[in-house]
Write a protein that binds this ligand. Sequence first.
Ligand SMILES: CC(C)(COP(=O)(O)OP(=O)(O)OC[C@H]1O[C@@H](n2cnc3c(N)ncnc32)[C@H](O)[C@@H]1OP(=O)(O)O)[C@@H](O)C(=O)NCCC(=O)NCCS
Length: 156
Amino acid sequence: MERVFRTLHSDEVQAAAAVAKQCFPGNEIVLDYIMDEFTDMFSNARWKPKHFVAEVDKKIVGFAGWNYSWAAYDTAEISLVGILPEYRNQGLGSELLKHLFMDIRIKMKCAEHVLVSTNRITMFTRLGFRTVCRIRSRLNGESELMVGSISLGCGL
Ligand SMILES: CC(C)(COP(=O)(O)OP(=O)(O)OC[C@H]1O[C@@H](n2cnc3c(N)ncnc32)[C@H](O)[C@@H]1OP(=O)(O)O)[C@@H](O)C(=O)NCCC(=O)NCCS
C-alpha cells in the first residue's frame, strides 16, 4: 500500500469534495464550507487556506487544511480533516495532520500555536493538543476548542 501526503491540486477539488461528502454525510454546512475553502485556496488572496490530501495507491482518501488565524499573532488554525470511513484507524489522519504542522512551521516561521475546534479529542490529545474550552459548533456539534504548541513540537 503506497501512502502519499501532499498538497491538493486545483484539478482535484471535485475529488476532494467527494471525499468530504462521505466523511461528513448529510452535513450541508460542512460541504458548503469545504467548497469555499478549496476554491479560496486557488485564489490570489494573500491569506488563504491550504489543503493537503492523503493518497493511498494514487486514490485520494482524505483531506485536511490550515489557515492563518486572527485569534492571535503567530497562530494558525486547522479547518477540517476527513479520512474515508474504510481507511480510518490506520494512522492516516494523524500522519496527514503532521504534514500540515510541518507546512505551518515552514510558512509561518514564527508560528507558535495551532488552534482547532474538534470532537476528535483523543486524536488531537495524542498529537499534543490541550483543551481550552468546550464549545457548540454548527460544523462539529459538541466540540472542544484545542490548542497545540508548534514550538514545543506538537504532533512532530
Ligand atoms: C477524525 C478522522 C479524520 C481520523 O482519521 P483516522 O485516519 O482514522 O485517524 P488515525 O488513524 O490517525 O487515528 C484514529 C485512531 O486510530 C488509531 N491508530 C492510529 N494509527 C494506527 C495504526 N497504525 N494502526 C491501527 N490503529 C491506529 C489511533 O489510536 C486512533 O485512535 P484514537 O482516536 O482512540 O486515538 C476520521 O475519523 C474522520 O474522517 N472522521 C469523520 C470526520 C471528522 O469527524 N473529522 C474531524 C473533525 S475536525
